[in-house]
Ligand binder design. Structure first.
Ligand SMILES: [Zn+2]
Length: 419
């Protein structure tokens, strides 16, 4: 553990305690298959929040929560004029979630607070751990709701008015579990934000890397495509006189595949939803509706992919006598994380000699919104088979500990370099 140029000294996290915290909190909402069902603002969520308060207070932290229920556990720094360097993620889960998504980031941050507390290590900035409310978005859509309010992407009023499938308002559920705080969400200066998370993809495991140095989050665009041809009798309509919407669609699906492959390995393209009408075995299909999902770490590449798709569609339309409309329904630009924070993570991984590689997140996280308001980055660790949002989700104790160690040293590095 030597060789780290002074920053962090020999302070490391207690990996066994971190693992036992993961198992202990997994009881709140435990499912028979070994996963967790801990939907936001439910009784199980209240239980894990109460545990978070007790445990952080026992480490000498002051725990507060804001008007969206986001929890903040603060360990004071030596310079009271500085805003906190923050770490965080979420303790809510999907309805059939695992023990690691989000949880590793919060409990890994807790392991950092514990390491600082037990070693008596002082920092200039306060160090703060955040548990974000409703990251998953499965009870109240959309996802990352409260970090979104914190960053000014959504207004608090619209967020509080969201309802779940039973018609329960977000605000009522928040008040109901006792976590609607007085501090207005977002009125909370921060100096930086670090989020530790499982990769939720297969790359680190396949390449036997322990740490993913996350440089950003890929951009994403969703389209809805309607192809209109002409219904016809499957026996009586000669091939030359057909306007077969499904055959045209097949060419477009193939185009999505080849366009994404042309921009490999960064780009991905998917047609995941398709409705064929009238969907009858002896009728030439007259209309098809389908979705297209294009993603790449670079927004300019997505624009080029869209152009290629549109020009293929124009060609298919004119060759096949089809009418094709393409509507952009969602545009989520790529996020590039802060170079100083990324460098802090890279140096931290090197200091432990953990095998590491740069990686771009394929999924959204609270860090996406935090990147809009403060220097931000993420640390990934492998998860088995890339499986997530699933009760089978699994990670190795050693990797979880490594991730928390990198978080610890990255935070200490940022404490020295940031103001
Ligand atoms: Zn997550």
């Amino acid at each position: 553990m030597s060789g780290f140029d002074g920053i962090g000294g020999n302070v490391t996290v207690d990996g066994e305690k971190l693992w036992s915290d993961i198992l202990e909190t997994a009881r709140f909402g435990a499912t028979p298959k070994g996963g967790i069902r801990r939907l936001t603002l439910t009784e199980e969520d209240r239980q894990v929040r109460d545990w978070f308060v007790r445990t952080c207070e026992a480490l000498g932290c002051v725990v507060t929560f804001d008007s969206m229920g986001n929890q903040f556990a603060r360990r004071p720094g030596t310079d009271p004029s500085l805003p906190p360097i923050t770490m965080g993620s979420h303790l809510d889960t999907q309805p059939t979630g695992g023990k690691f998504d989000g949880i590793v980031g919060v409990l890994g941050g807790l392991a950092v607070l514990r390491a600082l507390h037990e070693s008596g290590r002082e920092t200039r900035h306060p160090i703060e751990l955040i548990n974000w409310t409703n990251e998953e978005g499965s009870r109240f859509a959309p996802a990352m709701l409260s970090s979104g309010v914190f960053a000014g992407v959504f207004t608090e009023e619209e967020a509080l008015a969201k309802t779940d499938r039973d018609g329960v308002r977000f605000e009522d559920a928040l008040v109901g579990i006792g976590y609607r705080g007085a501090e207005r969400c977002g009125d909370h200066p921060v100096a930086a934000y670090f989020e530790l998370h499982i990769e939720q993809g297969p790359i680190l495991e396949a390449e036997r890397k322990t740490i993913g140095v996350v440089t950003g989050v890929q951009g994403m665009r969703w389209y809805e495509v309607t192809v209109i041809g002409r219904d016809g009798h499957a026996g009586a309509t000669p091939m030359a006189l057909r306007a077969d919407a499904l055959v045209g669609t097949a060419k477009l699906i193939e185009a999505v595949q080849s366009i994404a492959l042309k921009h490999a390995p960064g780009a991905v393209g998917t047609v995941g939803l398709l409705e064929n009408r009238p969907n009858s075995r002896n009728v030439v299909p007259g209309e098809v509706f389908f979705s297209v999902d294009l993603r790449d770490p670079d927004d300019a590449v997505i624009v080029r992919m869209e152009e290629a798709f549109r020009s293929t569609a124009a060609q298919v339309a004119s060759e096949s006598g089809l009418e094709i409309t393409i509507e952009l329904v969602w545009d989520s630009p790529a996020v590039r994380f802060d170079p100083t924070c990324i460098d802090a993570v890279r140096r931290a991984a090197d200091s432990f000699a953990y095998p590491a590689r740069d990686i771009v997140s394929g999924a959204g996280h609270d860090a996406v919104y935090m990147a809009g308001v403060t220097p931000t980055t993420m640390i990934f660790i492998p998860c088995a088979g890339g499986v997530s949002h699933n009760e089978e989700e699994s990670a190795e104790a050693d990797d979880v500990m490594a991730g928390a160690n990198v978080l610890l040293r990255a935070v200490l590095d940022a404490d020295e370099r940031l103001n």
